[in-house]
Design a protein around this ligand. Structure first.
Ligand SMILES: CC(C)(COP(=O)(O)OP(=O)(O)OC[C@H]1O[C@@H](n2cnc3c(N)ncnc32)[C@H](O)[C@@H]1OP(=O)(O)O)[C@@H](O)C(=O)NCCC(=O)NCCS
Length: 349
């Protein structure tokens, strides 16, 4: 018998609202289901992370319905007897070689309907599905000190990686310091930048540099490894464009052999306003220790300030033991705002 079935029986013999929860698997989400999904998500984020921007309805719908070349999503929406949406679960099943053992989960329960079992039911449903699909590990993320953190503490999940999120407010940035760092000469290297997909003449070199992210600290997470090539770069970068996000990449190219020594990537939300998200910053191992990481990031900040006046802040996350990146960010003026934990559940019987 599955975990979900056992839980179901336990729920039936107990009393309370839990009896009344109904979970639908959304194969092709309707407009109403997408609306209800957004309602749960917006309420949960507004409650747990007050002051943080909540993704728009369109943003959420696009993320849920846009196919991904390397993973599939299973979506469940939970309702109570009145038909009110009370929880959502999105299980991502990675299909690419090197990651087909892994699934990731995003689970939300509406703050007005918590502690009634919706979270547990949705979790059990997703765990069953991941296990049924032959997955070995399930990962999920919570913010330290929120109900999600306390919920997972009661489960068999283990904390595998702690990340600190830092934010740089662009209206208080020290422009002279950033300009000085961005303008510092780095003999033997030049900067190249682009928006969206990497240009054809740089895409192979970029894919090789992307591989350098593989030695980023990932704690005990069973991430697996995925090979980067031009096709994967195109596909992943096009994903940003489909969501209306503007992806800016700045790279440091070696004058000696034209190879890419490092890069940094930043995504600007649709509409070009609000909070931009820092993605990878990586320097290929043979080029480390020359200040390229700081140069790349300072150049990115300078570019955003100069060209994107609607962007008010940049947010970035680093593993706590990634001391070089943490030091670079602190030096640039990023300040810690919260901590998250990547939790992992082993699905091996
Ligand atoms: C995590 C979350 C989904 C839990 O939803 P929920 O519907 O309240 O979960 P349940 O009612 O099934 O809770 C089951 C048990 O988890 C524990 N738990 C849940 N929330 C808790 C809290 N705030 N404090 C302490 N324990 C908590 C309790 O043991 C609870 O059982 P109890 O109510 O009988 O004591 C919800 O808080 C949420 O949406 N958080 C934001 C999203 C998030 O962090 N998701 C990541 C987790 S995968």
């Amino acid at each position: 018998m599955t975990v979900a079935a056992i839980l179901d029986i336990l729920c039936r013999v107990s009393s309370g609202g839990i009896l009344s929860i109904h979970i639908d698997l959304l194969t092709e989400p309707t407009g109403t289901q997408l609306h209800d999904w957004h309602q749960v998500l917006a309420a949960a984020l507004g409650h747990d992370l007050p002051g943080d921007p909540v993704p728009s309805h369109d943003d959420v719908s696009t993320r849920l319905t846009t196919p991904n070349a390397y993973s599939r999503k299973l979506l469940w929406l939970a309702r109570n007897t009145s038909g009110a949406p009370v929880g959502t679960a999105a299980l991502r099943l990675f299909d690419e070689p090197g990651r087909s053992h892994l699934a990731s989960l995003e689970l939300y329960s509406h703050p007005a309907h918590r502690r009634l079992g919706a979270g547990s039911r949705l979790l059990a449903t997703a765990v069953d599905a991941a296990r049924g699909d032959g997955r070995r590990s399930l990962i999920t993320r919570t913010t330290v000190g929120t109900p999600g953190d306390r919920f997972l503490a009661t489960r068999a999940f283990t904390p595998a990686l702690k990340l600190t999120w830092r934010r740089l407010r662009l209206d208080t940035t020290d422009a002279a310091m950033i300009g000085g760092l961005a303008g510092e000469p780095h003999p033997g290297y030049r900067l190249e930048a682009w928006e969206g997909v990497a240009p054809d003449d740089l895409i192979d070199a970029f894919a090789r540099a992307k591989q350098a992210m593989a030695d980023m600290p990932t704690g005990g997470i069973d991430f697996g490894t995925v090979p980067w090539n031009a096709e994967r770069v195109r596909s992943v970068f096009e994903g940003f464009a489909k969501r209306g996000e503007q992806l800016i990449t700045i790279t440091a190219v070696s004058d000696t052999d034209g190879s890419m020594a490092g890069y940094t990537m930043l995504a600007v939300p649709a509409g070009g306003t609000g909070r931009a998200l820092q993605y990878d910053t990586a320097v290929v191992s043979g080029h480390r220790g020359h200040g390229l990481g700081r140069w790349l990031k300072a150049s990115m900040i300078q570019r955003v300030v100069a060209e994107l006046p609607g962007v008010t802040e940049i947010e970035t996350d680093n593993a706590d033991d990634n001391r070089h990146m943490v030091a670079i960010n602190a030096g640039l003026g990023f300040v810690p705002v919260r901590q998250t934990v990547e939790y992992q559940l082993s699905l091996a019987e």
